[in-house]
Every structure is written in C-alpha cells, then in structure tokens.
Design a protein around this ligand. Structure first.
Ligand code: ADP
Ligand code: MG
Length: 711
C-alpha cells in the first residue's frame, strides 16, 4: 500500500465531484460482458444514475445501448467524474485527457502501480501530483470503485455484482476483493449503505479523507472501515477523535505492518507490537474495533438504530431459560453488568407472568409468553431506573408467530432512550422477511452477537460521555536543560545514567534523591549528601539489566559498607568486561508499588506512552496500557485505571493506595516531554515506586535512548 498521503489540507468538499458528479465517463468501457469495463457501465445504468453517462472506447459505437465516444476529448458535454479502466500503460495519458476535459474526480480501477514495486510507485506518484495540480481528486489506482446511494445521485460506479441498498453506513475498504464480499454481506443482512469507497493504493484520497468527508454528511450515521494499514496514523488519531464525537467509527483492522517493528531494547518497544499499538490508539480515539466484517455489521446495526445507553446495566427478557443464561454469560463476559431490578419492576413483572416464571434478571417469562407478556415485561424493564439497556430473547415455540412477538418488542422499545436488541432464534425464512426493516429493533440470531453489540454501544457511549476537547495540561519543564542532557547520548543512542535522571528531573517527574560520582573517592564523598541508608548502582556503557550482573546494591547503611560494595562491584564488572564509568548513589525508597512508565516513538504515529505494573511484573504479567499523547487528565486516568492490576494500586490487605494524582501527572508530563523533545526515541522508567503521597512517589531507574527525531 502506498503511504504517501500528503498532509496538505485538501478540503473534504473536494471529494464532491467523486460522490455527486453530474456526469460520468467510463474510459475503457467494453462490450465484452465478462470485462470490468462492461460491468461498470451496466452497474451505472442499473443503479439508476441520474446524470449523463459517457462510455469511451474507440472500437465501439454503443455499449449497453448508450452511445460510445472514441476518446475523452470527443465527449459532448462537461465532465465531472472519470472512471478509468484502460490498460495500465494508457492510464497516464487518459488521466491527462480527463483533467483537460475538466474532470475533477477520478477513480482509477486499473491495477499494476504502487502494489507492484518502485517503478509502479513512481508512476502512481506522478499521477497524484498531476491530479492535485489540477485541483482534482483521485481514488485508486487498483480499486473496485465507489458507490453513492443518495437518491439524487444513485451512482454505482463499481464492478460489484451486488448493488448496495440505500442506508446510513459509510464504508471504506482498503481491499477491493473484500469490498465485493462486504457489499454481499451487507445485502444479506439487509444493511443499507450511504456511500462506499474501495481505496486501492490510496495514491491520493485516503481513509482519513473519507472520515472527514462523512463527518458532516447527514446521510452517513455510522462509519465503517476495513483497514490494512494506517497511511498517516497521527492524522487518523486527530480526525477520528473529532469525527467520533459526531458519529461512531468502526474498524476492522487486519494485517501487521512495520508500525510496531521497533528495536526491542526497551520494555515499551518490546511490548508495543503493531497490534497493541493499533488497538490502543483506536480505543483512545473512541474508535470501535471488530474482529470480523460480520461483527462490524452486527455493531453497526445497533449503532444505527439505537440510542446510546447511559451505563452498562442490562436487563434480559426471554421466553426460555437456556438462551437467557447464555446471554447472561456473554454479557458479563463482555464487561457488561446484569441490572438489579427494583422491587417495583419485579412486582410489575409478577403481575404480568405466571407463578412459574422468574422475575429476577434474566427474566424468564417461560415458554407460554405471548406478545402481551413481551410488550409488558420489556416496558417494565425499560422503565426501571436501574436498567440502561435491554436484550429481548425469543425462541420460537410451536404455533407462535415470531412476527407478532417482534412487533410487540418493537412497540415497547419505540421512543425509548434505552437501546433494545432482540435475539430471534427463528427460522431463516423469518430473518429473510424482516431484513432491511429499519423500523424494528436490530435483530440477531444468537445471544453472543447481540451481547457483543451491546458492549460496543456501551463502550462508545462511555467514550462520548467524556468531555470533548480535554486540555492536555501545560506543565513547566526546563526544555533547554533537557536538550543539553539529550546531547550527551552515546554512539548507541543511550544517555549516561546521570543524564537520563537529569532529563526526568527537568521534566518535573519525581525522582529519588541521587548523586553521580565517577570515582570511588567521589562516591564516598557524595554519600554524605544522599544520606544513609542508600542504594549503589554502577553505570557502564551497554549495561542494561544492572541487578542481573550485581550492579545494584540496596540498603547500604554506612560508609564502610559502601566502600566494600564499591570495591566488590568494580571488581565484578571489570571481570565481566564492563568496567564502570561511574556510580549512582540513591536514597533508599521504602515501600510503594513498583510501576513502569514508558515512552517510545512510533514511526509516522509519533510518541506512544505506556503504563503498567513494573519491576519483575512487567515480564511476567505484561499488565500494561498504551496511550497516544497528548493526554488530558481524564484520558490519563483511564490509562492508569485500565490495567488489570489497578485494584492493587488502590491498596489490598491493608497496603496503602498509590497517590493516583501523581501517576496521572507523570503520564501527562511524559507526553509533553515527548512532543517537545521528539529526539527521544525511547524512555523507560522502571520502576517508579508509588507510595501513598506525592512525597513517596519517585522514579528509581530510568533509561533514555535518543534517535534521529524524525518520526
Ligand atoms: P535494573 O532494572 O537495571 O536491574 P534497577 O535500578 O531498576 O536496576 O534496580 C533493580 C530493583 O531494585 C528495582 O526494581 C527496585 O525494586 C530496586 N531498587 C532500585 N533502586 C531502588 C531505590 N533507590 N530504592 C528502593 N529500591 C530500589
Ligand atoms: Mg529497572
């Protein structure tokens, strides 16, 4: 995939000639019914496109009974959009002719460019420059086309054998082949599309451009993306954070890319593989991630038709016990909570149901439940202040009509501010009959898929409920001093220990009191400034895990034991071939939770922060979270609270809790440090010992690597 997406501000409106053209030329239109050039003309005609269609082919008089033109210049009227299907070698001249004719939108379907290597990439780049210079926009090359179901446009400019029905989903697919499958599945589910674009090589228009295009498009209520790579991840973060406030963005992200392939010399670098990085930043932008297209559509349907829940408490209303239990497991497994129904609600349910029914959540109305029971019980649950959303389950018993049950559920759900999803365990024929009915609540075949959709609704709602543009905070730090310390990096990029600590201090991160000494004598003198008991550490070039080679001595009580430790440590390191260049004397920190803070610079994304349980726990539990700065206070708090071991930080079995405010601030400060000093390629604070107060929170070990500063 080409990742040459420019940062130049190309206005979203520049995509109008692509999605609402008044005239379309198909260059390379063909009479051969098996060709793409035929399929496109066919789809345009059958889709009911309203504007002028100009097939171009020097060897045909008419295609599909539409008169054909020998070349672009011969097209009789003005031209908005050019669909280019000619052989590869003719593409550059064709694009030139289309631009000369006034086309401001181009969709290049022809393949054989950037995806084939350097030569193809060069042609592709030249095309982009040419298109941009003309003030036009291009989708592709190597794509399957675009679709707009807006009734005033009705344009199927693709070679998909399945048309798209009108609807509210904007879909961008990075894969053309998958695009066909996506449209098929959408049709199977009766899901409507507002606009669809297959991106191909993204030489000009990218997924980011489409996000911006759909930001204010009233027809598009949910944005779905199938992505293989992020052309410009930093721009994606910025756009998604903004657009996600207005409408949900759902992503299926496949493929591992070079994004996470970094030197594994730091914990942050080693743990932050491509996939966690992608997940972390998607989640933080409020983007919902699905594993499959099917799951994506399950969630999209719910987002399209339901209000957002105020919390994560679910009521389940079922006519069978088994599926209700399955649903409960699935809901809880997704992190949702079974609602605790109020006594008023249970009384109302009892009045509606036979004595054998179960009126606690999950509500089992038993097999005799008819539409009156469904309507009444669902209404009672939705009226309960302890309920944020409802899941209705119906197993079609003999002789009962699933349509009346669904209608009853729809009636109770209508006008409610709480989402209602319905699981109908009914025959295929039933599901076919109701497909595409946007007046009904979203219907699923199995409790698990409905539970997943509810969980994603709750996740998105929680993200949306957070204040929008949270200020990242502006922390005082000594930038000039920091730059000076960074200048001291060695040939391998690593800072000497004292420079690394000095960077942290200048950034305002609390650090255990320390002194650095180059010699034994200086170390003994410095010990008086640090005070006993203290910690002795040796620093040597290339020395990474100090404690493993005996370069850390904790709890030295007096000068005599310090002198002995200095001698022993020096002898050991000399023998190991890593003679110390100096010694770090540190105050002994007592107690506190061992945490890790990390910072690493990801190509094309920029800085990535990491937080988690530190010390030896990092290797064992990998209990860490990632975040893309800048971080506001609430976003930073989410990161801290997001680790599995967070309850440990709150204090268990009489242990004091860690001061959370300090942790939030350290994370925010590291984010600011990263932006102000992009030369920092990696920074690991491990451990940071977090006690119950600001005074008992401090870094005791840090490594900093300086890179080129080019992100
Ligand atoms: P390394 O990670 O290179 O082995 P550290 O400096 O992180 O070396 O020290 C190893 C461990 O020793 C830390 O994880 C921490 O548990 C403990 N430690 C280090 N410095 C101090 C200190 N100043 N006070 C208390 N404990 C410390
Ligand atoms: Mg360490």
């Amino acid at each position: 995939m080409s990742d040459t997406e420019s940062a130049a501000p190309t206005s979203p409106r520049s995509l109008d000639p692509l999605f609402s053209p008044r005239s379309i030329a198909v260059i390379g239109a063909s009479r051969d019914r098996t060709s793409i050039g035929f399929a496109i003309v066919h789809n345009l005609l059958h889709g009911g496109y309203e504007g002028a269609i100009y097939p171009v082919n020097p060897h045909a008089r008419a295609i599909h009974s539409v008169p054909c033109h020998p070349d672009v210049a011969a097209i009789p009227g003005p031209l908005d959009l050019a669909l280019v299907v000619v052989p590869k070698r003719l593409v550059p001249a064709t694009v030139t002719a289309c631009l000369a004719k006034g086309a401001r939108g181009l969709v290049v379907i022809t393949a054989g460019f950037g995806e084939t290597g350097a030569e193809g990439r060069a042609v592709e780049e030249a095309l982009r420059e040419q298109v941009r210079a003309a003030g036009a926009r291009m989708i592709g090359p190597n794509c399957m086309g675009i679709i707009s179901t807006d009734p005033t446009v009705a344009m199927n400019a693709s070679f998909s054998p399945t048309p798209a029905r009108q609807g509210t989903i904007g879909f961008v697919s990075q894969s053309g082949a998958l695009g066909v499958a996506i449209l098929n599945l959408a049709e199977d589910l009766g899901l409507g599309i507002s606009q669809f674009a297959s991106m191909g090589n993204k030489a000009d228009v990218s997924g980011n451009d489409l996000l911006e295009y759909w930001e204010d498009d009233p027809a598009t209520r949910v944005i779905c993306m199938y992505l293989e790579s992020f052309g410009n991840p930093r721009r994606f973060v910025d756009i998604a954070r903004r657009v996600g406030r207005k409408k949900p963005i759902l992503v299926v992200k496949s493929g591992r890319t070079a994004e996470g392939a970094r030197a594994a010399s730091s914990h942050t670098g080693a743990i932050a593989g491509a996939d966690v990085t992608a997940s972390a930043f998607l989640e933080q932008c409020g983007v919902l991630r699905a594993d499959t297209i099917e799951e994506l559509f399950d969630v999209a349907r719910a987002l399209d038709r339901c209000p957002l829940p105020a919390g994560k408490r679910v009521a389940v209303v079922s006519n069978a016990g088994g599926p209700a239990i399955m649903a409960t497991d699935a809901l809880v497994g997704q992190g949702l909570v079974m609602a605790d129904l109020t006594p008023e609600t249970t009384a109302a349910l009892s009045a509606l149901l036979p004595a054998e029914a179960s009126v606690a959540n999950p509500v089992d109305m038993i097999a005799s439940a008819d539409e009156v029971a469904y309507r009444g019980c669902l209404a009672a649950c939705l009226a309960d202040p302890n309920v944020d959303m409802a899941l209705v389950i119906n197993v079609t018993p003999l002789l009962s009509n699933p349509h009346t049950i669904l209608a009853a559920a729809a009636e109770a759900a209508r006008g409610q501010e709480k989402p209602v999803l319905v699981v109908m365990m009914a025959a295929d024929a039933f599901h076919d009959e109701i497909k595409g009915r946007r007046d009904l609540p979203p219907v699923y075949r199995f409790p698990e898929s409905a539970a997943r959709a509810l969980a994603q609704l709750a996740r998105y709602a929680a993200w949306r409920a957070r204040p929008a543009e949270e200020a990242p905070g502006d922390f005082a730090m000594d930038d000039q001093a920091i730059e000076g310390h960074l200048d001291r990096a060695g040939a391998d990029g690593y800072l000497p220990a004292e420079a690394a600590f000095a960077v942290l201090e200048a950034a305002g991160v609390p650090v255990a009191r320390w002194r650095f000494a180059e010699t034994r004598t200086a170390a003994l003198a410095a010990s008086r400034e640090v005070g006993f008991p203290l910690v002795l550490k040796a620093d040597a070039p290339g020395l990474v895990h100090k404690s493993e080679v005996g370069a850390v001595r904790l709890d030295l009580r007096d000068e005599a034991s310090l002198a002995d430790a200095l001698d022993a440590m020096t002898a050991r390191l000399v023998a190991a071939g890593t003679p110390p260049r100096g010694f770090l004397l540190q105050e002994l920190a007592r107690g506190g939770h061992e945490l890790i803070f990390g910072l690493s610079s990801v190509p094309r994304l920029g800085p990535l922060l990491m937080f988690g349980l530190g010390g030896k726990y990092v290797e064992v539990f990998r209990d860490v979270r990632f975040a893309v700065p800048p971080l506001g206070e609430l976003a930073a708090r989410d990161v801290i609270r997001g680790i599995r071991g967070y309850p440990l930080l709150q204090g268990v079995r009489g242990e004091p809790a860690a001061d959370e405010g300090v942790l939030i601030e350290v994370l925010q400060r590291l984010g600011q440090l990263a932006f102000r000093h992009p030369r920092i390629a990696e920074l690991d604070v491990n451990p940071f010992l977090a006690g119950p107060s600001r005074q008992t929170a401090r870094a005791v070990d840090v490594r900093v690597r300086v890179g080129s500063g080019v992100v």
